[in-house]
Structure formats: C-alpha cells, structure tokens
Design a protein around this ligand. Structure first.
Ligand code: MG
Length: 158
C-alpha cells in the first residue's frame, strides 16, 4: 500500500460558479482558478499522485497551458486514474475534508463522494467527503477562500 496527501486552496470571488467534487452549489461567489477551480477534486488528485510518487497536478496539468482553461476537474481526475492504472495502482480509499465558512455543504457531500468514486472506479463506500468551518478564523473563516485536504491509500494490483 502507498499513502498520499493532497492540499489545495482557491480564492472565492464574485462571478464564478462554485464547484466542489463536481457538484455545482448555489452560492453568491465561486472559486477562482484556471480550471473550474474544484478545490476538493484538486486535493484528491494531489493525494493520488502523491501516493503513486507521480508529482502533483501542477506538473501534469500546468495552469500556463490553455488546454486546461475552464477544465472540468473530474475529467482531469480521469487522466490521473489513467496514470495510476499504468503504474499498476488502484484506489483503496480516499478521505477528504473541505474547509469553508459558508455555504453549508452537508447536503452536497454524498453527491461529491459519488462523483469522485465514479471517476476513480471505486465504490462510494471507499470515498469519504467531510466539510468543516474553521470557526471564523483565518482566510476560510473570513470567506476569502476555501481549502481542502485529502488522504488516500493506493494498492498495487496483483
Ligand atoms: Mg487547485
């Protein structure tokens, strides 16, 4: 088994859609980024790549490349899974936490987990997505941005 960790941050701005785990969430602001700025999926991809020893998403999908402008991060996750499959890995489980003061995310978490599981080719039971506020502290507490952490286990396919 191989363990991996991912962490990502995006700034919250007006005039952008808020997409987390492939779910569009109604909110007055959205995350700023070159792609769809899906901070949760980015953290998950970095955990997967990290566990496989394959670097990070900045290496594979540089934000200087116009090919990734407005990219659907779940499609990028498909690309990460191709890399893992080529290296002989499959996903054991993923656990992720979104740090956001607002909006309330609880109702959307199961769909985020289902989306991530589907794109990783695993059962939703192997993917756990949580959300927490940071009690009004720091940049997430001030609503300036959102962050996400993810950890995963990869298993070598026999
Ligand atoms: Mg990112």
């Amino acid at each position: 088994m191989r363990i991996g960790h991912g962490y990502d941050v995006h700034r919250l701005v007006e005039g952008r859609r808020l997409i987390l785990g492939g779910v569009e969430i109604p909110y007055e602001r959205g995350l700023l980024g070159h792609s769809d700025a899906d901070v949760l999926t980015h953290a998950v991809m970095d955990a997967l790549l990290g566990a496989a020893g394959l670097g990070d998403i900045g290496k594979h999908f540089p934000d200087s490349d116009p090919a990734y402008a407005g990219a659907d991060s779940l499609v990028l996750l498909d690309r990460v899974m191709e890399l893992l499959a080529r290296a002989g890995y499959r996903v054991g489980n993923v656990d992720a936490t979104i740090l956001a003061q607002r909006p309330k995310l609880a109702a959307y978490l199961p769909t985020m987990a289902e989306n991530l599981a589907r794109h990783m080719g695993v059962s939703p039971a192997q993917v756990n997505v949580k959300a927490t506020t940071e009690e009004g502290l720091g940049f997430t507490g001030a609503g300036e941005g959102m962050a996400a952490h993810a950890v995963c286990l990869l298993e070598l396919r026999i």
